[in-house]
Design a protein around this ligand. Structure first.
Ligand SMILES: Nc1ncnc2c1ncn2[C@@H]1O[C@H](COP(=O)(O)OP(=O)(O)OP(=O)(O)O)[C@@H](O)[C@H]1O
Length: 449
């Protein structure tokens, strides 16, 4: 068993960080009644949302029924469990069944919108406690948000991750250089699962862990996936070697498939690319079957079909250009970045206007967008917006960049003029625009309207 699973917290007291969220969850469960709204735990991956829900059930002696929101069968399963108030079916004599609905931000994976709405209705009327889990709170439908109580999980700080890694090392009998643990915790970016996986990759089979082990293990993994994709596309047809490399890389066949697909553009012509896609598509069927049947032997077939098949299609033409991570990952990264800009902007506007972040996000954003569209320069000055922030309102990156640049230029020119000639007399001053007025307000007193 990998260490992330082996060291999943069993009790709420074992969960690292997010103390306020853990307390909120415990208090919700302590005197749970049917009137209480289901909880929705949200935050980035690998920070303890699922673990917390399981640990809670353990602490409360509740049974857990785990469902996946994007599964078509979820509605029937929910109806069955959430609609029943009896616990007589419980072998363990548990007082409640905790329904855990993962990927709640993917409810639209349901066949139709009606299906998703029906699920929200069942959730709202549930006779059993429900915890939903999501990465992106803003991707949830309004109805789902209204029917649930949010619990935010934040990324963990490196200094909270280190003691957990130290605990795992001690339990595994590995002595560790503290600098190695700092290095892992720093690289994990607040994701405990990533940190534990990195520790596993660097320390497995060792008695002592040094900083160099961490650096080498992370470096090896990256270079190997590049080597593997490069080897396949170079089409040198060393089949055994390709399969060995695929076993060595940390990535699972579905990730390798995405890498190959993202780099098929290196193949020389349409015909060979088409053959490459056909192999990937066939391999994808095996990957799907692997997960559906939970029969991991099928992975081997998927690997063989995609690696040997694509190498054969590439026909030994070699790679022209650089092997890159799949473009769709870059797009996902960009949307993550946009989310960060939106969160930062909401916080900033909230501090400046004293309007709660929730209200700004839910009720005011459209209205503000209309106002900003009418006087972008004024709002750039008044709220010190950068190009990314302005773009969120006007949806035109090039125009946003130009406006922000022009305003900065204007401000600089004004400053220069003021320091060179001193202030003009009041009568000669040009009329102020609304943006200037807002800028003159003391911090925290800006107005939107
Ligand atoms: N706060 C934490 N305390 C202790 N261990 C943690 C914590 N968060 C994550 N882990 C470790 O990472 C693994 C994965 O965590 P978990 O499944 O709870 O993450 P998650 O936030 O639900 O992620 P996802 O959104 O991907 O489902 C756990 O098995 C555990 O080993």
């Amino acid at each position: 068993m990998d260490w992330a699973e082996k060291y999943r917290p069993q009790r709420l007291q074992d969960v690292v960080g997010n103390a306020a969220a853990v307390r909120q969850i415990y208090e919700w469960a302590r005197d749970w009644s049917r009137e209480k709204k289901p909880l929705i735990l949200y935050g980035k991956p690998g920070i303890g949302k699922t673990s917390c829900a399981h640990a809670l059930a353990n602490d409360m002696n509740w049974e857990v029924v785990e469902l996946n929101a994007s599964d078509q069968r979820t509605k029937q399963a929910l109806e069955r469990v959430a609609g029943s108030s009896s616990t007589t079916g419980s072998l363990s004599g548990a007082s409640h069944k905790l329904i855990l609905l993962d990927e709640a931000d993917n409810l639209h994976g349901q066949a139709d919108r009606g299906g998703a709405r029906a699920i929200v209705e069942i959730i709202a009327a549930s006779q059993q406690p429900i915890i939903l889990i999501a990465n992106d709170y803003y991707a949830l439908s309004k109805d789902l948000k209204a029917a649930t109580e949010p619990v935010q999980f934040r990324a963990l700080q490196a200094r909270s991750i280190v003691p957990r890694l130290r605990h795992i090392c001690a339990a595994e009998g590995v002595t560790c250089d503290p600098a190695a643990l700092d290095e892992i915790a720093g690289r994990a970016g607040g994701d405990m699962r990533a940190a534990v996986n990195m520790l596993y990759a660097a320390a497995i089979g060792k008695e002592r862990l040094e900083v160099d082990d961490v650096q080498t293990s992370t470096k090896d993994q990256r270079s190997t996936i590049f080597e593997l994709v490069g080897g396949v596309l170079a089409g040198r047809r060393d089949d055994a070697n390709l399969l060995r490399m695929a076993m060595e890389v940390e990535d699972t066949p579905d990730t390798i498939e995405q890498w190959l697909e993202g780099n098929l553009g290196h193949m020389p012509d349409f015909a060979s690319r088409a053959r490459g896609y056909a192999c990937l598509s066939r391999a994808d069927e095996y990957i799907g079957r692997t997960y559906r049947r939970q029969y991991y032997t099928l992975w081997r077939y998927a690997s063989a079909i995609m690696l040997i098949g694509v190498a054969d299609a590439a026909g030994g033409h070699g790679v022209h250009g650089r092997i890159m991570p799949p473009a769709r990952w870059r797009k996902m990264g960009a949307s993550k970045r946009q989310k960060a800009v939106r969160t930062g902007l909401t916080r900033k506007l909230s501090e400046m206007t004293h309007i709660p972040e929730n209200a700004l996000r839910e009720d005011f954003f459209t209205a503000i967008s209309i106002l900003v569209e009418q006087d972008p320069e004024g709002y750039v000055r008044g709220f010190n917006l950068d190009a990314d922030e302005l773009n969120l309102f006007i949806h035109d990156k090039a125009r946003a960049t130009k406006i922000v640049k022009d305003v900065a230029k204007e401000e600089k020119a004004k400053e220069k003029k003021a320091s060179g000639k001193g202030r003009k007399t009041k009568e000669n001053d040009p009329p102020e625009d609304p943006g200037e007025k807002q800028q003159d307000l003391p911090p925290g007193q800006a107005t939107l309207f």
